[in-house]
Design a protein around this ligand. Structure first.
Ligand code: TXA
Ligand code: MG
Length: 366
């Protein structure tokens, strides 16, 4: 199959492209489109065959349910069996926007979509191209991130094509996405919202609106009737092909460790401050500079592009500075940790092993 690319630079001129993509969705085809978070791989949510095609194109495990996207809250709530006051409050505060609500599913929702769960995840994205497509289609569009399963999510159309060219019908290229990390997934069935995946809406903002919030983001452990509450959390995710290591510790120790790791084949994902401190300039192909350390918005926007860009240089390994902090920092820390799959270097301890007291430093690198 040849994947058609529809480039949208000005929404006013995009009518024909949007209509063609809506027609592809109606026929049961797959269309990748930009949202404010990452690109999604869309299909008609109520067409089981189309939904199965999403899983096949991505190589996604069939028990990992999909988010259904709608142009407005009324549409989103039409696939729920009932809508709690919590859900209405959150929808009012954050839609359109990077928040996904998990609700009891209505009986007409195909089980292919929900991975057999009795709940359905819905959201209204805040992106003009996504909203135009959803309006033109006129129904719910199931859309996971438009990457091959396990890979970093796409924040540009080129990322989508890197993973899925020849496997999907079309890509609507609306340029780089805004937030850069996925939506926050919240179980909104009860009085207190439960965060199942950190994302674009910070926990603090949810708590402020809902009067409280709980976290159950370790989907692998958080079981409900023997099943994880957010099945996606148990799978390998966001990972580049090269092994990724997070280097943790005091800034001076992290910088010393990184300096020692500057060997041929190694690549680095760093804040502007750390890159400057160890003498890696923005033009150095070994290093991808995410942005100023305190500018979490900028870092979120560039994180997945950074992982993919470094990967294209085929490094032996990628070393990343620890990300975190309040707000969006929770989502950043979560994504980086999952991408690293437990590979963490404690700078102080690593240096002590690499540079035993009184010894030279030439021969004991780990
Ligand atoms: O920002 C986003 O959310 C992007 C854009 C395209 O909207 N989509 C996205 O989809 O990240 P995906 O499939 O990559 O991640 C969806 C997450 C998974 O962790 C999945 O397990 C969880 O949402 N999820 C979906 N339905 C669920 C349900 N009924 N109950 C619990 N978790 C659910
Ligand atoms: Mg995903």
């Amino acid at each position: 199959m040849k994947t058609r690319v529809y480039t949208v630079r000005h929404l006013e001129a995009a009518g024909p492209a949007i209509d063609e993509c809506a027609a592809i969705l109606r026929r049961g085809g797959l269309v990748a489109f930009p949202t404010e978070t990452v690109y999604g791989l869309g299909a008609d949510a109520l067409n089981p065959r189309a939904v199965r095609a999403i899983f096949a194109a991505k190589g996604r495990p069939s028990d990992n349910p999909l988010i259904v996207h709608f142009a407005d809250a009324e549409g989103a709530f039409s696939v729920a069996d009932h809508v709690s006051a919590t859900a209405r409050t959150l929808a009012k505060a954050f839609w359109p926007g990077p928040l996904t609500l998990v609700l009891p599913r209505a009986s007409h929702v195909p089980h292919e979509l929900t991975g057999g769960l009795e709940t359905v995840a819905v959201r209204v994205p805040d992106h003009p191209v996504a909203l135009a497509l959803l309006r033109a289609f006129g129904g719910g569009v199931a859309a996971p991130s438009a990457n091959a399963s396990g890979r970093p999510s796409p924040t540009r159309a080129e990322h989508v094509l890197e993973d899925l060219a020849g496997r999907i019908d079309a890509v609507l290229d609306g340029g780089e996405t805004g937030v850069g990390v996925e939506s926050t997934v919240v179980d909104a069935r009860g009085a207190v919202p439960v965060i199942l995946r950190f994302g674009g809406v910070p926990p603090e903002a949810i708590a402020a609106v809902a009067g409280g919030v709980e976290c159950a983001t370790d989907g692998a452990k958080e079981a409900e009737g023997g099943r994880p509450r957010s099945p996606g959390q148990k799978y390998r995710h966001y990972a580049p092909r090269a092994p990724l290591y997070i280097v943790k510790g005091r800034p001076d120790e992290v910088q010393r460790a990184l300096t020692r790791l500057m060997r041929p084949g190694n690549a680095f994902l760093l804040s502007a401050e750390t890159a400057a401190a160890i003498g890696l300039g923005p033009d150095d192909s070994r290093c991808y500079v995410l942005g100023p350390r305190t500018d979490l918005d900028a870092i979120a926007k560039r994180l997945y592009d950074g992982l993919r860009s470094l990967d294209r240089t085929r490094p032996v390994a990628i070393y990343a500075e620890e990300l975190g902090g309040a707000g969006l920092g929770r989502a950043l820390a979560d994504r980086l940790e999952r991408a690293a799959e437990g590979r963490v270097i404690e700078a102080a301890r690593w240096l002590a092993e690499a540079e035993p007291a009184g010894k030279g430093s030439a021969c004991s690198d780990a």
